[in-house]
Ligand binder design. Structure first.
Ligand code: HEM
Length: 168
């Protein structure tokens, strides 16, 4: 069962990562090109970006994250490298959301919208994907780094949760 879950996780994230690299290239090279200022070019651009985003890349992201979450609890992977991996994945999710915003803007505002040089995001995205892969494959011991976090942030304080609603 674990092998099956990992296979689904890896297949989904391969599609997600490939899509995250493809989308900024499409938006940057095609969306900013004069050829796509024509109706036929615009239709092609919309098909490529809208359908790949909503029907392939976003569902793959949801499956990768959902199956990954199941794996965390199943395998009880609660090490520091996993927390670091989730932080890096958060960066990927933020870029994913930004690409979606650009796809919507390019569709709704048509030629009135100048797509920013989104291809530059690859400078952050590709190392981010590499970092996630390194963290999960090398599983580095980040315990020494955690030791540098102030004591007060690492220990439960033992305080009662303040009651926000007073019972009548
Ligand atoms: C919120 C998103 C994610 C969660 C919760 C998650 C969680 C997990 C968990 C718990 C495992 C099993 C680790 C183990 O066997 O010790 C795993 C495996 C793996 N994950 Fe993720 N993951 C996520 C996203 C990603 C992403 C974005 C990538 C790649 C860019 C990735 C790459 C991998 C790889 C390659 C494995 C197999 C590692 C192995 O079997 O040694 N994961 N993931």
């Amino acid at each position: 069962m674990i092998a099956l879950l990992k296979a689904v996780h890896i297949a989904a994230l391969a599609i997600w990562c490939a899509g995250l690299i493809l989308l900024p290239v499409l938006l940057h090279l095609h969306g900013r090109h004069e050829r796509f200022r024509t109706q036929a070019g615009f239709t092609e651009f919309r098909w490529l970006t809208h359908y790949s985003y909503t029907r392939v890349i976003s569902p793959a992201a949801v499956i990768a994250v959902a199956v990954g979450t199941v794996l965390i609890f199943w395998l009880e992977v609660l090490d520091a490298w996993m927390a670091a991996k989730l932080l890096a994945v958060m960066g990927m999710v933020m870029l994913h959301a930004w690409f979606g915003h650009l796809v919507v803007q390019a569709g709704e505002r048509r030629s009135a919208y100048d797509i920013p040089p989104v291809g530059l995001s690859l400078i952050a995205l590709v190392p981010l994907i590499g970092l996630v892969l390194w963290l999960v494959l090398a599983k580095p011991d980040l315990g020494a780094m955690l030791d540098r976090v102030p004591e007060i942030l690492r220990e439960p304080r033992g305080n009662a949760i303040p009651a926000r609603i007073e019972p009548l």
